[in-house]
Ligand binder design. Structure first.
Ligand SMILES: [Zn+2]
Length: 402
């Protein structure tokens, strides 16, 4: 079938990235996966290529006119994936499209335009990274969920912010992009970014003064159409930097959502936006000192409880809530010094269970075994000290000690 098409599918998106509706003829159709792959003589559908996900849309097949001269009904076939192989573009559909059929194609324009915004913003960002830091873009990924670029060297947060500012300034200068199909001789004189060696005709996309790059994807005509570009986050990645970014409406949605959250938080704190980080720091410090005071009070209470225990008591069983394990361990030691049996402290509650520590001058094992056998306690330790966790009723645990 590939001989039918010679040079490969005519790519309408090269001629005009803004053409979302087109007419074409089906050259071949073959079973593929759970559907069929349709090859057209021309298409506006951008296939999955260069890290960008494929366009989606529909093919319309004109039906024959009705018997009573009704207008012909069109059959609508959704295109849910598009791939390219050796220059030929395959449209994945669920229903076969007979060879020779005239079709009208329509791509999901909003989605395509968003992809153009993301991809064009990527070129601007990569152009600035290249001219300012000399790094290559070694990986690009553009899906409905996220947009990432991987650069071959480290970028600090300050670098990323200033690159983002450069990109947005370039967007607002609203200059034209160009695509070039240079011949071999011209190509050799040009310096451009490229991820790989390209055979055959090279297509270059130029953002004059910012970037020149070999690329197969549709781009915006003027940078202003990108609207805005926002870096979402950056991280160290394989010795370089991975950037997560959004452009156009996707960036607008992100910023709107973040603004709504910040508004909510600032209302919750009854303070203005700039004071929110300070209020959070204050609250965190308050929480830390309150926790410390609470732990100290609980330790004091435990110490008092231990002091009031009858001296002739052999086994001691105490219950606490939210006491530091170090304090509990010290308390168990204090009890075993004064009482000859087994000391146990259970910290927690019946609903969520207890973390416990057992101690004894002789052996804690009889009790550890009883806790395991009666209540399925989990834990371990030595002959004289053990710890674990258990979920049981307070009075049932107390019975074991009695
Ligand atoms: Zn590109």
């Amino acid at each position: 079938m590939e001989s039918n098409i010679g040079q490969g599918t005519e790519k309408i998106y090269y001629k005009d990235a803004y053409q979302s509706v087109f007419t074409a003829r089906a050259i071949a159709c073959e079973p593929a996966g759970e559907g069929f792959d349709v090859i057209l003589d021309a298409t506006a559908f951008f296939p999955e290529e260069g890290g960008q996900s494929a366009d989606t849309g529909r093919l319309f097949l004109s039906g024959s006119a009705g018997r009573d001269g009704d207008a012909a009904k069109e059959e609508c076939i959704p295109v849910f994936d598009v791939r390219i192989r050796d220059g030929i573009i395959f449209h994945r559909v669920k229903t076969p499209v007979p060879e020779g059929t005239a079709v009208r194609g329509e791509i999901d324009w909003a989605r395509r335009f968003s992809n153009m915004q993301q991809h064009s913003a990527e070129h601007l960002f990569s152009g600035f990274v290249h001219s300012r830091f000399g790094y290559e873009n070694v990986g690009f990924h553009l899906s409905d969920r996220e947009v990432t670029m991987d650069y071959s060297g480290p970028l600090t947060e300050a670098d990323v912010s200033s690159l983002e500012a450069d990109v947005n300034a370039a967007i607002w200068r609203n200059f034209e992009s160009r695509q070039l199909f240079p011949d071999k001789e011209t190509l050799e004189t040009l310096s451009f970014r490229s991820k790989k060696e390209i055979e055959g005709q090279v297509r270059l996309v130029e953002y004059p003064g910012v970037d020149l790059c070999a690329c197969c994807a549709p781009h915006v005509r003027r940078t202003g159409e990108i609207g805005i570009m926002k870096v979402v986050s950056s991280q160290n990645y394989k010795g370089g930097t991975r950037i997560f970014m959004l452009a156009g409406e996707r960036a607008y949605r992100l910023l709107t959502e973040e603004h709504r959250i910040l508004q909510d938080v600032s209302r919750g704190f009854s303070t203005s936006y700039p004071n929110v980080p300070g209020r959070i720091r204050e609250l965190r410090e308050d929480t830390i000192s309150l926790r410390r005071a609470l732990a100290e009070a609980a330790a004091k209470q435990l110490e008092d409880k231990i002091g009031q225990l009858p001296e002739d008591l052999e086994n001691v069983c105490l219950f606490t809530a939210g006491v530091d394990p170090v304090v509990l361990r010290k308390a168990v030691n204090a009890i075993t010094e004064r009482h000859s049996g087994i000391a146990g402290i259970f910290d927690g509650n019946e609903e969520n269970g207890y973390r416990y520590i057992l101690g004894s001058r002789i052996s804690v094992q009889p009790l550890q075994t009883a806790l395991r056998e009666n209540f399925g306690a989990k834990g371990g330790g030595s002959e004289k000290m053990a710890q674990g966790s258990v979920r049981a009723k307070k009075e049932d645990i107390e019975k074991l000690f009695a």
